[in-house]
Design a protein around this ligand. Structure first.
Ligand code: SAT
Ligand code: MN
Length: 589
């Protein structure tokens, strides 16, 4: 079967990995519907998947309760020098890590099939796209990768004899020997490691089958490795959604927006406008690759082909388009199951249906105080099924970006929206995002942490250098987007949200759109430009509270940022220090 591979590098690598991992068989994925259906049927037979009676061609999977989210403590950037991984990443000397990995992977696929997944991140043949190959012993990963990426034999053709690709290998880390009984969700949490070698541009993941730990095209390739490629080649790989906004006159602009995991990126990406005549269409909900073109602008593609969205909180009210997207051909992981063969999660409906089975497969007791669906439960759904997918979402040229938004989950201090004075100031806004933590990563929920550019867990190199790369972008793209900061999550002292969010966020997007056209007016403040007017027609709310700038709180913020930045030492660019000093000075005026 391997003879079918024309690319010698690929063939040699696969041979080496077969020798190391010793699988019982090898399957090169052709990406066909038939192959997908066969794998799903096999998983149903083995109890991995439950076919959903209520949604065509859709399945439910429950993970091991120890394997439910990204494990940041076990994620490593193994650059040659520790300083190049920087203070925000885990590091180990690459030789030492490679030795460790080789011993973990030795025979780890015994009794299992090794699947070869050739995939493209981005539309086939796009100059912004890149090819990867993932080897995995998990059919669950194969099926998810088929939704999340463009996968199949045509990628091997595109690769040809000489083409380059990012090699990545994944194993659940549970070899099967004669007499062993396999479980529905094999994993090896004690030994889990998600490792990136930025100089070699390769990825090794062991022990987890969940999300970003296992679907290696996503966070591992499209963010950690691609951020390194972007630094070296003059482009940006970002944790951003991409949306197209059309105004009532039919004019269209594209925005990219960075928020930490589980802060509503998918909701914003598919927003149903509450303002008549304004329309939002979705290019992507999680990752943007942006490259400069000859006209001096940044053009973005969504490197993914599907959504791996947070299920809880997704409802007809919060995100009807996401619900419609996962009506069929979707995979649901760690949600709850209904009696009649459908899925349910907290927030889907106001009252839960009777007789739910919780995400761990037990009858759910509403009085238990435990959620029926895991807070990081997910749907995997094809992007083309999204009713508001943008007509240009697969355009190989990408879409021109007019504005970049940075946001976090902050119950105070940060106003609803403000605009950066210029690119350097905007870079500073990205560098100083902090946000209350969510269930997307293991660890405490609700703690305030710095998450620069929402890339803290996803930057493949020294974060200080990454700030520097952003500052250097004008040299590659003279016509850069305007930059804005947003915060949907401010609360009153009584703990009530001050801003309705969701479909009403269009009001903020409208102001940003009109700022890009130099039509909307703004007022200069110490922190940036604030809207002179915001379209809140039909809403009754406290605008003053939403835009209040508490200088004392801001000066505390500045002092805190100064301490946070210390860890970057000499790698913190001059340009960022200057912005911090300038902000402090303005606040003291
Ligand atoms: O990394 S995942 O793909 O599991 C999801 C996320 O954290 O955004
Ligand atoms: Mn994400």
């Amino acid at each position: 079967m391997l003879e079918a591979l024309q690319n010698q590098k690929l063939e040699a690598w696969i041979h080496e990995m077969i020798e190391l991992t010793k699988p019982a068989g090898v399957h090169i994925c052709d990406g066909s519907q038939e192959e997908y259906d066969t794998l799903c049927a096999q998983m149903v037979e083995r109890g991995v998947f439950t076919k959903l009676a209520q949604r065509p061609n859709s399945y439910y999977a429950a993970s091991d309760p120890r394997d439910v989210a990204r494990m940041e403590k076990r994620t490593f950037i193994c650059s040659e020098n520790e300083i190049d991984a920087g203070p925000t990443n885990n590091w180990m000397p690459p030789q030492e890590m490679e030795t460790k990995l080789r011993s973990l992977f030795e025979g780890c696929m015994h009794g299992r099939t090794l699947y070869v997944i050739p995939f493209s991140m981005g539309p086939l043949g796009s100059e912004i796209a890149h090819i990867g190959v993932e080897l995995t012993d998990s059919p669950y990963v194969v099926c998810n990768m088929r939704i999340m990426t463009r996968m199949g034999l045509e990628i091997l053709d595109l690769l040809g004899e000489e083409g380059g690709f990012i090699p990545s290998i994944h194993s659940v880390g549970v070899p099967l020997h004669v007499g062993d009984h396999d479980v529905a969700w094999p994993c090896n949490p004690e030994e889990t490691l998600v490792v990136h070698f930025p100089e070699k541009r390769s990825i090794w993941s062991f022990g987890s089958g969940y999300g970003g730990n296992a679907l290696l095209g996503k966070k591992c390739f499209a963010l950690r490795i691609a951020s390194v490629m972007g630094r070296d080649e003059g482009w940006l790989a970002e944790h951003m959604l991409i949306v197209g906004i059309t105004n009532p006159e039919g004019k269209k602009k594209y925005f990219a927006a960075a928020f930490p995991s589980a802060c509503g990126k998918t909701n914003l990406a598919m927003l149903e406008s509450k303002l008549p005549g304004w329309k939002v269409e979705c290019v992507g909900d999680d990752i943007a690759w942006m490259k400069p073109r000859l006209d001096g602008q940044l053009y973005a593609i969504n490197p993914e082909a599907g959504f791996f969205g947070v299920a809880p909180g997704t409802s007809l009210k919060s995100n009807p388009n996401a619900l419609r997207t996962c009506n069929e051909n979707s995979i649901f992981t760690n949600v709850a199951l209904t009696e009649n063969g459908d899925v349910w999660w907290e927030g889907l409906t106001e009252t839960p249906p009777d007789n739910l089975i919780d995400w761990q497969g037990n009858p759910w007791d509403p009085a238990s105080g435990k959620p029926a669906a895991h807070p990081n439960s997910r749907f995997t759904a094809p992007a083309h099924q999204c009713p508001v997918i943008d007509p240009a979402w697969e355009d190989p040229e990408g879409v021109p970006i007019s504005a970049i938004l940075f946001g976090g989950r902050r119950d105070s201090v940060i106003p609803l929206v403000y605009e950066a004075f210029d690119w350097n100031h905007g870079t500073f806004l990205g560098a100083t995002i902090s946000s209350q933590t969510t269930a997307a990563a293991t660890g405490a929920v609700g703690k305030l942490r710095h998450d620069p550019f929402a890339m803290l867990p996803f930057c493949g190199y020294n974060m200080g250098d990454y700030f520097g790369h952003w500052l250097s972008m004008p040299q590659y793209a003279p016509k850069l987007p305007k930059i804005f900061a947003v915060n949907w999550f401010q609360k009153s002292p009584e703990g009530k949200y001050l801003w309705p969010g969701f479909g009403d966020n269009i009001r903020v997007l409208k102001w940003i759109f009109e700022r890009c056209e130099e039509r909307a007016e703004a007022e200069e403040s110490a922190i940036g430009y604030l809207p002179k007017q915001l379209d809140i027609s039909g809403l009754s709310l406290n605008l003053e509270a939403l835009f209040q700038i508490d200088k004392k709180e801001w000066l505390k913020e500045v002092a805190e940022i100064r301490v946070y930045f210390e860890q970057f030492g000499a790698r913190l660019p001059e340009g960022i220090c200057r912005e911090l000093d300038a902000l402090e000075k303005r606040l003291n005026q």
